[in-house]
Design a protein around this ligand. Structure first.
Ligand code: RET
Length: 261
């Protein structure tokens, strides 16, 4: 199918189109709002959090423009359990662009927690591994088993990210004095991020319990919470508490918290 035909196919499905356009609109509004919120921020660490977080809606508007234009979607012969293969519209651009947006979310969270470079690097590279292997899972057509093997590799990367979020950064955030906001954002992130592999498994890429349009809406709604709402909460706090972020002294390779022993 040509890109023009894919574009027509998407435009003809009103609900699917709306799941894309709603995010383009929200990403656009978020970009304007976040630039405005950051206009007076002067502390360099707070500015870095702003830039990283601003990248999230910037990547998002690009991602959804790719989807709605037919550039980053395609019909793929997906093997399903039971032996059959079905041609399904796969939004592979989502997995590709997550490799750019989710590292920004984690970098911003790590900076907020006052984490050291080692932990931020670990979270970011595991996260990129998760997105790229998720893309491989979505595009593998040769074997059902290997499709799911990619999925489980991606889940393993994902668990490493969750580990850093749940067991490493909370202690750092306590030392940095950002515990309260970090706790809120951590919970929001962990809960919403678990939604993605669940909907992948249920959707047209996985077990085909949900249609492509339903899967797309699931991702689009998760995106609204995990990106724009998350970013708004984070930036509102950072703009109001620049001095706390400014007094964080960690950021090198060492541990932000003193060793336990
Ligand atoms: C996939 C499928 C394979 C297994 C796992 C996945 C996890 C995806 C996640 C995505 C988060 C995306 C966000 C985007 C915001 O821009 C790739 C669906 C574990 C956690 C927050």
């Amino acid at each position: 199918m040509t890109q023009g035909e894919l574009f027509q196919e998407i435009a003809a499905n009103q609900s699917l189109s709306l799941s894309f356009w709603s995010n383009i609109a929200l990403a656009g509004l978020s970009i304007l709002l976040f630039v405005y919120m950051g206009r007076n921020v002067e502390d360099p660490r707070s500015q870095l959090i702003f830039v990283a977080t601003l990248m999230v809606p910037l990547v998002s508007i690009s991602s959804y423009t790719g989807l709605v234009s037919g550039l980053t979607v395609g019909f793929v012969d997906v093997p399903y359990p039971g032996g059959g293969t079905e041609e399904a519209l796969i939004m592979w651009g989502r997995y590709l662009t997550w490799a750019f947006s989710t590292p920004m979310i984690l970098t911003a969270l790590g900076l907020l927690a006052g984490s050291n470079l080692t932990k931020i690097f670990t979270a970011v590279v595991m996260d990129i591994g998760m997105c790229v292997t998720g893309l491989a899972a979505a595009l593998t057509t040769s074997s059902l088993a290997l499709r799911w093997f990619w999925y489980f590799i991606s889940c393993a990367f994902f668990l490493a990210v969750i580990y850093v979020l749940l067991y490493e950064w909370p202690d750092d955030a306590a030392a940095a004095g950002t515990s309260e906001i970090f706790g809120t954002l951590k919970t929001l992130t962990v809960v919403l991020w678990f939604g993605y592999p669940i909907f992948w498994a249920l959707g047209s890429e996985g077990l085909n319990v949900l249609t492509t349009t339903q899967t797309s809406w699931a991702y689009s709604l998760l995106d609204i919470g995990a990106k724009y709402f998350f970013a708004y909460l984070l930036l509102r706090w950072v703009a109001a508490n620049e001095s706390i972020i400014g007094s964080v002294t960690s950021g090198g390779l060492g541990s932000a918290t003193p060793a336990d022993d």
